[in-house]
Design a protein around this ligand. Structure first.
Ligand SMILES: Nc1ncnc2c1ncn2[C@@H]1O[C@H](COP(=O)(O)OP(=O)(O)OP(=O)(O)O)[C@@H](O)[C@H]1O
Length: 832
């Protein structure tokens, strides 16, 4: 375009000097191309100019052309006249034969007749015919509304226009077949795969002896020490499928069973059993859980049964630095392997993974230069790894020598959360690592040389959750082999299914989350939400610590309404004014991402949490401390069954709030309202700031959480106020009460929260404070008011109902202290 314009020089332009022409060329080159209209105008101007020069010659030529046209026209007129005469005589001959349907002839005539040769009569007759046709078609149009273009193109097969019957002369319409509208096919198949539609069901009371299932002696001994001789139902179903079977004989499993039903031992025991005779340390099992607290709990479960077995258990959860974890997972060593040495020396450099630093390191390694025939290898220091998904990915990506080549067990506990849409990316790294054939490279090569099939690598995958969804897309991504779904049937359902001969497909399709049958659920409705903390206080006094709150230590001092002494213990009070409001259920990144902590505290708190009963060290699982912890644990288990009614004063309660901030505020407020309670209250959150607003490092958060849980488990603290970080999976032995101070955001979270009590067949109580404005949602979604049984679409609780409990606040007693406490809390927050 600009080229065209730059080349254009108007014909009238004067001849320019070389400088002028250079500058004008420059100007022209910088000019913008002309618009379309401008270009047309320029073209016309140019054309006009050239026309002037040719003008005279053109005029002569035009005149000649005109003369020849005139001659041709007069010849044509003569021919036309002759044609017209012939047509007229033809018409006269055919006179009587012409019917009233003259239109086609008239049309043909119109086409034949040349314009300008018709007489007036012809014109008026044609005019009147056209008019009559127009009026006819107008009439037709008024009778039949216009059709859509599609209808016009495709008239119905059996439809002939009534007016057309006249046109087609005595022809009757051919009978047409009736139009049949095809029915929309109704699918007769289900999209769910067979294994999801037909789960393996286990009766709610199915119990088997561990020793009858092939559990090794040493493990049996440990179980007996914990008063565990019989399986829980879910274990009765799962253990026979996994225990004492080769990896190729084991199915992949999805286990959906209520909270506290014993799912952890359902995979811990088969893993330990398979490792009890292992010769070399190899990473054989990876257990992934969503939070650090759960990592520690699973480690505890493993250690509680592995005493006497030489099984190494490691963790990767981000409370230590990556380097610290790396040092505990993998060790680098030199082994004599001349073949590999030769292969490595002759191998071409892989530029994809080449690192100059590595090369320098190698060159500096003494062994390499002295020990000819030796090669560097990385060996796993652990048999079982319990980890959070984020940290697992980090090790796969950046820990030299860390891989999943030898892994035979892959467990995802709280699987629904780990596979959650916003959170499943970790599988993109882990699944390919589980497919690697590296460990069997030599064998595979040999088999190939012998023209034999190379067996596909098998890893037993186990997914567990109390709220397992049947979202197939999530499960398909895991590439399960010969999978089975295991569900525990509840008592009522089992009976009614037997009576009605219902297959389990229906039960499964309901996708209900079951609450433990021994759980009692209650709701306290109230209108004056500004007094909510007082309802909690009344609930604690009237229904939970009946007869007064009794301290377990220091001679059981009775604490009532602030008039008694209290013992002082660590309560996590330093967390009180920290603030960060997140929904822990929905954001678990902290627990799964790396810790950048550089603190070099060598004291490991990894394997000792949740209970001061377990202080064993990970590197020596069979240590004396583990054994003594078992003894204490079994004592505690025994005391569970000998509790007297008076012991209600020693109850413990886990209170759930919606955010870290409200957990700390509530703890402070309760302490201000009833100072003797202060030492018995603790908070359990993912608090990331200290009282002075500084960020805490991951290690100190983790250590603080561990302390808080130990204290609560041991009964030194009695009221634990927590966010949903404690909602899933935490096993706090003998916890009697859970209170939803803030209504849970979903039925799923409700199920997990209340599942912290009534575990392993014990009784328990769940209380929910329901503000007036939340009542409708609560009863419809969680409480099941509209159903006789109390069930909702999501939560199944058999015939049980959520009880309505009425609580009246003693305003005279509480109002003044409450106002004082609120004022003090305000001052605390403002930093006075
Ligand atoms: N066979 C058994 N006999 C007695 N108690 C058992 C047995 N198996 C497990 N338990 C105990 O049951 C409790 C709950 O077990 P576990 O934590 O495995 O439940 P869960 O099904 O994983 O719960 P959640 O879904 O809440 O994570 C634990 O205290 C555990 O020690």
């Amino acid at each position: 375009m600009s080229q065209f314009y730059a080349r254009y020089i108007p014909p009238s332009a004067p001849k320019a000097s070389s400088e002028d022409s250079r500058s004008s060329l420059k100007r022209l080159n910088t000019l913008k191309p002309p618009s379309e209209s401008k270009k047309r105008k320029l073209e016309q101007e140019r054309a006009g100019k050239s026309q002037n020069s040719k003008h005279d010659a053109d005029e002569i030529a035009q005149r000649r052309d005109q003369e020849s046209v005139e001659q041709t026209k007069s010849r044509d007129r003569g021919a036309e006249k002759e044609r017209h005469e012939r047509k007229k005589s033809r018409q006269e001959r055919a006179n009587g034969a012409v019917t009233k349907h003259e239109e086609p002839t008239a049309v043909a005539q119109d086409q034949d007749d040349g314009v300008g040769v018709e007489n007036d009569a012809d014109i008026s007759s044609r005019h009147s015919k056209v008019l009559s046709r127009f009026s006819k078609s107008k009439e037709r149009a008024s009778r039949h509304p216009p059709t859509t273009p599609d209808e016009e193109q495709q008239p119905p097969l059996n439809h002939i226009h009534p007016d057309r019957t006249n046109i087609v002369h005595d022809l009757k319409p051919i009978p047409q077949p009736a139009v049949s509208i095809p029915e929309r096919p109704i699918p007769t198949y289900s999209t769910a795969p067979d294994w999801l539609k037909n789960p393996l069901t286990v009766k709610h009371n199915e119990q088997r002896k561990f020793e009858d299932l092939g559990v090794g002696k040493k493990i049996l001994h440990q179980l007996a020490a914990q008063q565990k001789e019989y399986t829980l139902p879910v274990q009765s179903a799962v253990l026979p499928l996994l225990l004492d079977r080769e990896v190729h004989q084991r199915p992949d499993l999805c286990v959906a069973a209520a909270t506290g039903s014993g799912k952890t031992f359902a995979y811990v025991l088969p893993i330990l059993n398979s490792l009890r005779k292992r010769k070399q340390i190899r990473l054989r099992a990876v257990i992934v859980v969503p939070t650090r607290a759960l990592v520690k709990q699973v480690v505890q479960a493993l250690e509680s049964c592995s005493a006497g077995l030489d099984v190494r258990i490691g963790t990767a959860e981000g409370s230590r630095t990556l380097a610290e974890e790396q040092g505990q997972l993998v060790e680098e060593t030199m082994v004599y392997d001349p073949e590999e040495y030769k292969r490595q020396r002759e191998a071409p450099i892989d530029w994809d993974t080449f690192s100059l630093n590595d090369l320098i390191d190698q060159a500096n390694t003494k062994e390499l230069t002295t020990n000819v025939g030796h090669v560097q290898v990385f060996l796993s220091k652990v048999d079982v790894l319990v980890c959070t998904p984020g940290r697992l990915v980090e090790h796969l990506q950046s820990t030299k020598g860390f891989n999943l080549n030898d892994v035979q067990w892959f467990v995802a506990d709280e699987a629904d959360r780990l596979l959650n849409e916003s959170y499943h990316e970790w599988l993109e790294t882990v699944l390919p690592a589980l497919k690697s054939q590296k460990a069997t490279e030599q064998r595979d090569k040999l088999l190939k040389q012998m023209y034999m099939d190379v067996p596909k690598r098998r890893v037993t995958k186990i997914l567990l959750s109390a709220t397992m969804t049947s979202d197939i897309s999530q499960l398909l991504g895991l590439e399960l082999t010969d999978p089975k779904l295991v569900v525990v049937e509840d008592a009522k359902l089992q009976q009614s299914n037997q009576e009605a001969d219902i297959d389990m497909t229906d039960v499964n399709d309901k996708a209900e989350f079951k609450v433990p049958p021994q759980l009692t659920e209650s709701a306290i409705a109230f209108k004056d939400s500004e007094n909510k903390p007082l309802y909690l206080l009344e609930l604690l006094h009237k229904h939970i610590f009946v007869g007064g709150l009794v301290s377990q230590e220091k001679g059981r001092k009775r604490l009532t309404n602030g008039n008694t002494q209290h013992d002082t213990i660590a309560t996590g009070k330093d967390d009180v004014s920290s603030s960060s409001s997140e929904n822990d259920e929905n954001s678990i990144a902290d627990d799964t991402s790396s810790s950048a902590s550089s603190e070099s505290d060598t004291g490991s708190d990894v394997s000792s949490i949740a209970s001061d009963d377990t202080s064993s060290s990970r590197s020596s699982p069979d240590s004396a401390s583990t054994i003594s912890s078992k003894t204490r644990q079994s004592k505690q288990t025994a005391s569970r069954f000998t509790k007297q009614p008076d012991d209600r004063a020693q109850s413990r309660v886990l209170v759930f709030t919606r955010s870290t901030e409200s957990a700390h505020r509530l703890a402070r407020l309760l302490a201000l309202l009833q100072p003797p309670l202060a030492s018995l209250i603790a908070t359990f959150t993912r608090s990331s700031t200290t009282t002075d607003g500084h960020a805490k490092n991951t290690k100190s958060i983790s250590r603080n959480q561990s302390k808080v849980l130990q204290s609560f488990t041991a009964g030194r603290t009695r009221i634990l106020i927590s966010t949903d970080v404690a909602a899933r999976g935490l096993d706090i032995p003998n916890l009697e009460h859970v209170i939803n101070y803030d209504v849970p955001p979903s039925p799923l979270i409700y199920v997990h929260r209340i599942g912290r009590t009534a575990r392993a067949g014990q009784t328990g109580n769940a209380w929910t404070l329901v503000e007036h404005r939340q009542g409708k949602w609560f009863w419809e979604t969680i409480g099941g008011r509209n159903s006789e049984s109390g069930e909702t679409k999501t939560i199944g609780r058999g015939e049980k109902l959520v009880h309505k409990v009425n609580i009246v606040i003693d305003k005279e007693k509480w109002m003044a202290p409450y106002e004082n406490a609120l004022r003090k809390l305000g001052e605390d927050v403002r930093g006075h």
